[in-house]
Design a protein around this ligand. Structure first.
Ligand SMILES: Cc1cc2nc3c(=O)[nH]c(=O)nc-3n(C[C@H](O)[C@H](O)[C@H](O)COP(=O)(O)O)c2cc1C
Length: 391
């Protein structure tokens, strides 16, 4: 680090440190929107703690001068096993937040997954040419809208489709309730005082705030009137979605098709039988069902059920390169990050996300070095000291 190193980069030496910088730079309701989980946030906490229950067993004398962190996923090579997961309203953290995150991902040689609830439209993101780009959708009450989004993603040449299945109703995120934060955000309800104390954010967002909305939900010819969208959003989610809907999306999408929000090995096995190409073991970052099992805790069970036939990805609580290595040791192909990329965005936009990805890269590399690992293919369960794992 030299004299021109930005202050935030010096202070944001870890993902946890980036979170603290994001806390300092965002209005509290915006920070809490990203940071919070459902109800008592037990699942949110467990996601992070679960990694502590497993330790690494290094074999230093196998080492090599350089390490290869790359993985191949759905026929594409990623330069590190960390992907940016879908997070709605990334454009609330930095102007053009989704495109910033996607550009940082591409520069780092990894994939970016756009949320259904992005501020920019899926076509705008595709217009940047950033790749690999994935698109995430829900099963909406209005199945025609699901079809419409999937078809738009196909027309815009997205590389993979992610169907999130753990959003049948919105989880009760009590920090948002306390802060008066709604989805979509009705900024008049967000404490003006809270916003005013964060002058940098307010200045940066001065031209954006009036346009913060779910870009993909505004149909051609419609206005982005927030009340109308809020009504549509709450009527969109469908508690009665089923495997028939998964079949419907599978038929519509010819490329890699990934199910996100799987925790049960039985459901993973059913996904395999229904022609799904990959699974994201996830509990939505503890934002939906509080008390749901932590992703890392269930990972080995899902791997044992289906990993020989499809890639298994994991998200939830991945805050260190060592967490990624542990997930890979249990059989995951890669991890996704949600909040950490938003913290990077909040601190420095595209450069902040690039920095977050760089932190993961250097930590993974260091852990691999210390463990005596040369390539990702060397990572397996022998690396783990099994305190709470099945035989
Ligand atoms: C602010 C925010 C918005 C999110 N929006 C979506 C979304 O639109 N679709 C989705 O499938 N998951 C969404 N998620 C969940 C993430 O994709 C991911 O599962 C979760 O954040 C991973 O946990 P982590 O934040 O601990 O990395 C969101 C998460 C956050 C923090």
């Amino acid at each position: 680090m030299n004299a021109v190193t930005p202050d935030w980069m010096r202070k944001g030496y870890s993902v946890g440190a980036m979170r603290k910088l994001a806390l300092a730079s965002l209005p509290r309701p915006v920070f809490d929107f990203a940071d919070g989980g459902a109800e008592d946030e037990r699942t949110l906490r467990r996601n992070e703690c679960a990694f502590d229950d497993v330790d690494l067993l290094p074999q230093p004398l196998r080492g090599a001068a350089t390490r290869d962190l790359s993985v191949t996923l759905f026929g594409k090579r990623l330069s590190l096993p960390v992907i940016i997961g879908p997070t709605g309203l990334a454009g609330l953290f930095w102007p053009d937040g989704e495109c910033c995150g996607a550009r940082a991902a591409q520069a780092a040689g990894t994939a970016y997954c756009l949320s259904h609830g992005s501020v920019c439209t899926l076509e705008t993101l595709a217009g940047t040419g950033v790749t690999p780009r994935w698109m995430q959708v829900f099963i909406y009450r209005d199945r025609a809208f699901t079809r419409e989004l999937v078809e738009r993603a196909a027309t815009a040449n997205y590389d993979a489709l992610v169907l999130t299945i753990d959003n049948q109703v919105l989880g009760s995120r009590e920090r948002n309730i306390r802060n008066g934060f709604t989805i979509p955000p009705r900024l008049d309800f967000m404490s003006l005082a809270a916003m005013a104390t964060k002058g940098h954010w307010l200045w940066r967002m001065r031209n954006e705030l009036r346009h913060i909305t779910f870009g993909n939900y505004v149909r051609p010819g419609e206005t982005a009137e927030i009340g109308k969208l809020a009504g549509r959003m709450s009527s969109l989610l469908d508690p009665s979605m089923s495997w028939d809907d998964v079949d419907m999306v599978r038929k519509l999408w010819s490329g890699p098709f990934i199910l996100k929000g799987v925790l049960s090995p039985a459901e993973a096995d059913m996904a395999r039988r229904r022609g799904v190409d990959g699974i994201i073991v996830s509990n939505h970052g503890g934002r939906q069902l509080d008390g749901a099992a932590a992703s890392f805790d269930v990972l080995p069970h899902i791997v044992d059920a289906v990993a020989s036939e499809m890639p298994i990805l994991l998200d939830g609580g991945v805050r260190r390169g060592g967490d990624v290595v542990k997930a890979l040791a249990l059989g995951a192909t890669a991890c996704l990050i949600g909040r950490p990329q938003l913290w990077g965005l909040a601190v420095a936009g595209e450069a902040g996300v690039a920095h977050v990805l760089d932190i993961y890269r250097s930590e993974i590399d260091r852990v691999m070095t210390l463990c005596g690992l040369t390539s990702i293919a060397d990572i397996n369960r022998d690396l783990l000291f099994r305190r709470n794992l099945p035989d």
